[in-house]
Design a binder for this molecule. Structure first.
Ligand code: EPZ
Length: 424
């Protein structure tokens, strides 16, 4: 497994472009199976999670081809297979997003329960409640979800604004008979992107981005061409990279509206941010101030930016309190940061961060995608060399991560574990 060697203490400067949004691309790839024919998706990040999902859709009978660097063609057959291969599904939780589309396209779906992961149990109860409400018979047998039935529009209330459950129910409802109303839905920008994509295919989805989505079922959907929105979490991660090194960076082709929670928090810390529609300019100097973070569903502060903020708050003199309200086990990065000289105490869902003068390079290990990114950011600021292992988790969600950071002046080397001798 690869690892990063990061020589810290260098101010980042310059400009960099973000890739397409992982969490939009995955939903759009899943939704593409709703329409036979060739769908073209542009601005798709070439990251591990996308490659796995494309592989699964291929196994279901689709033809998949990368036309250009970030443009992928999916040709969906009239009758796509409805059983997702367990060997691939278990590698990607987001493969659960195929449920709604397969039910709508084939009237049945069989997919293994995507395991929990290290940030939480990640149940599927809201997904299954919604599909059941639309008339699907849903059973869990030997670790597989088996769903079947003709879909009928209905009213569904989500006990929690789950992103994945909202997406699955939206996809199923596009081809259900009659009208579906989903209440207390997720409002993330990726939900709006999915709604826009579905409508480009001829669906009738209204209200995405609000608490209530109304969908008129249609007989069929048509394949289309669509460009994925910019990745707001990658943009936020790069903003923190500029701020944690007390540098001066410009990040482009973002949708700055989607970055408001992160912009607001960095400004509270004294980071200077100038924004226009498509660019954010980030400049920071010492001392930065502590602040408090509570993660919440959008438009609250995104849980996917929590580890990155913990890293920078560890370098701000004073006390910051972080409360993780979305996932039950997403504060693990604290103990890795403490190995770098941070002073963070975790009690339940709360982390109390006492800022320190300097972080120091150490051997640390990514335990999930975003904690890995947080450790890289800490390594950029730390004195000496930081080794971040298990970085295949970072490859899942960041395209050309080290290239983008090195372009801003970082010094990150990716090394294969086997040539550990040259590390010293
Ligand atoms: C999506 O995951 C994202 N993944 C996650 O990004 C993101 O952290 C999360 O939304 C929250 O914003 C993709 O879009 C592929 P949820 P998802 O369903 O849909 C509970 C990243 O790093 N819940 O909104 O799985 C669940 O346990 C990844 O890019 C139920 O209780 O998230 C959690 O506590 C990580 N029952 C909360 O809701 C359900 O049926 C939020 O989960 C479903 C979810």
């Amino acid at each position: 497994m690869d690892k990063y060697l990061i020589s810290g203490g260098r101010r980042l400067e310059g400009s960099v472009y973000v890739s397409g949004a992982k969490n939009a691309a995955l939903a759009l790839i899943a939704a593409s199976i709703l329409a036979p024919g060739e769908t073209i998706l542009e601005n798709v990040p070439r990251i591990a999670d996308v490659k796995i999902l494309l592989n699964i859709v291929e196994k279901l009978g689709a033809k998949v081809a990368w036309l250009e660097e970030n443009t992928v063609s999916l040709t969906i057959p009239e009758k796509i297979d409805y059983i997702a291969p367990h060997s691939l599904v278990k590698r990607l939780r987001a493969s659960n997003l195929l449920l709604g589309g397969l039910l709508a396209a084939r009237g049945k779906a069989q997919i293994s329960m995507p395991g929990g992961c290290n940030i939480g149990i990640r149940p599927m109860d809201l997904h299954l409640k919604g599909l059941h409400a639309l008339g699907a018979e849903v059973e869990i047998e030997h670790g597989f979800i088996k769903a079947s039935g003709r879909l009928q529009g209905n009213r569904v209330y989500l006990d929690f604004p789950s992103v994945g459950a909202t997406e699955n129910i939206m996809m199923a409802a596009t081809r259900a008979k009659g009208t579906t109303i989903i209440e207390n839905v997720a409002k993330e920008p990726e939900i709006v992107d999915l709604a826009n994509f579905l409508n480009a295919m001829g669906a009738k989805v209204r209200g995405a981005g609000t608490d209530l989505i109304r969908i008129e079922g249609v007989k069929e959907l048509k394949s289309t061409c669509y460009s994925v929105i910019a990745d707001r979490i990658e943009a936020g991660t790069l903003m923190v990279a500029g701020a944690i090194t007390r540098g001066n960076v410009t990040i482009g082709k973002v949708i700055s509206r989607h970055l408001q929670p992160v912009i607001a928090k960095l400004r509270e810390m004294g980071v200077e941010i100038i924004e226009d529609e498509e660019y954010v300019h980030v400049a920071a100097g010492d001392p930065l101030k502590p602040t408090d973070i509570k993660t919440l569903p959008y438009p609250g502060f995104p849980t996917d930016m929590q580890s990155q903020m913990m890293a920078i708050l560890a370098t701000c003199q004073g006390t910051s309190v972080i409360v993780e309200n979305v996932f039950e086990n997403r504060l693990q990065v604290a103990e890795e940061l403490n190995r770098m000289g941070a002073n963070i105490k975790v009690e339940g869902q709360t982390a109390v961060v006492q800022g320190v003068e300097k972080l120091s390079g150490a051997h640390v290990r990514s335990c999930d995608l975003r904690s890995g990114a947080g450790l890289v950011l800490a390594g950029l600021a730390a004195e000496g060399v930081t080794e971040v292992s298990n970085i295949r988790l970072i490859d899942r969600g960041y395209e050309k991560f080290e290239q983008k950071l090195n372009q801003l002046g970082a010094q990150i080397r990716r090394v294969q574990v086997r040539d550990v001798s040259i590390d010293r």
